[in-house]
Unconditional design. Structure first.
Length: 254
């Protein structure tokens, strides 16, 4: 049993073969796929999958930092309305992104803090996106200062010091295809991280692991990531799958 903790399976990249893609993942042992939301435009497709596969495709709700614009408060209101009507496993994906555009940094910060409060209000964990913004995101979490707020640093690609900081704050590290990249940097991190702090993800359709790098990613490739982690830990892949699944299930019970 493998849990995919972050995949955009509602994405247009899967429009032609979505059901076959999911069938292949389920056959390979992927028992659950957790779906992060981006903005109001992705909710409908995500919820359609949640209704079609209620025990396998589990939705989150949140405003992705790359979608934070002038009208972000309207987006946040839509999220709050959704929480009153539907069940979600987490608030996500939320956070900071300073890679593409820094126009709306102040709005990103405000949206992140507001959604952290929303998570606490509804007793949910948070799924954090922090591209080129790990330090800024941590500063906001510390400003928020609530030990009950848990979650995942999705697509973690930081340093060992950053990994330890995330763990200290009560968060798990979402490890995906970057672990298989020759210069991904996680070879200096994963051997030193205790297994109870790791969960598996693909971020499909993005960041496919080697040997599929540059192609469309999908949950079927999770065992490739698990095997790479097993190599770093010098253990059998079954141990990685069992531990990461346990870690994910514990978060669901948060």
């Amino acid at each position: 049993m493998i849990i995919e903790t972050h995949a955009h399976i509602y994405d247009e990249a899967f429009a032609e073969d979505r059901e076959a893609m999911l069938a292949h993942a389920f056959e390979a042992g992927v028992q659950q796929i957790w779906m992060p939301n981006c903005n109001h435009e992705t909710i409908e497709g995500m919820m359609a999958l949640a209704r079609q596969y209620p025990s396998q495709c589990l939705p989150m709700i949140g405003l992705h930092p790359c979608y934070v614009k002038e009208d972000f408060e309207k987006e946040l209101q839509i999220i709050e309305n959704c929480l009153a009507q539907e069940k979600f496993i987490a608030i996500g994906e939320i956070g900071m992104d300073l890679y593409w555009d820094k126009t709306f940094v102040a709005q990103q910060e405000e949206a992140f803090l507001w959604q952290c409060q929303l998570a606490k209000k509804h007793g949910l964990w948070i799924d954090i996106h922090s591209r080129n913004a790990f330090g800024e995101t941590v500063t906001l979490l510390e400003k928020n200062a609530d030990p009950t707020l848990k979650g995942i640093f999705h697509c973690f690609t930081g340093t060992l010091e950053e990994a330890q900081k995330a763990i200290e704050l009560g968060f798990l590290l979402g490890i995906g295809g970057v672990a298989t990249f020759k210069n991904g940097g996680l070879d200096k991190v994963l051997p030193h991280i205790s297994p109870e702090y790791i969960v598996l993800e693909t971020d499909a359709p993005y960041l496919a692991p080697v040997p599929y790098r540059g192609k469309r990613n999908e949950p079927l490739y999770l065992p490739i990531i698990a095997q790479k982690i097993a190599d770093y830990w010098a253990c059998d892949i079954s141990k990685v799958i069992a531990q990461t699944t346990q870690n994910a299930l514990q978060l669901l019970q948060h």
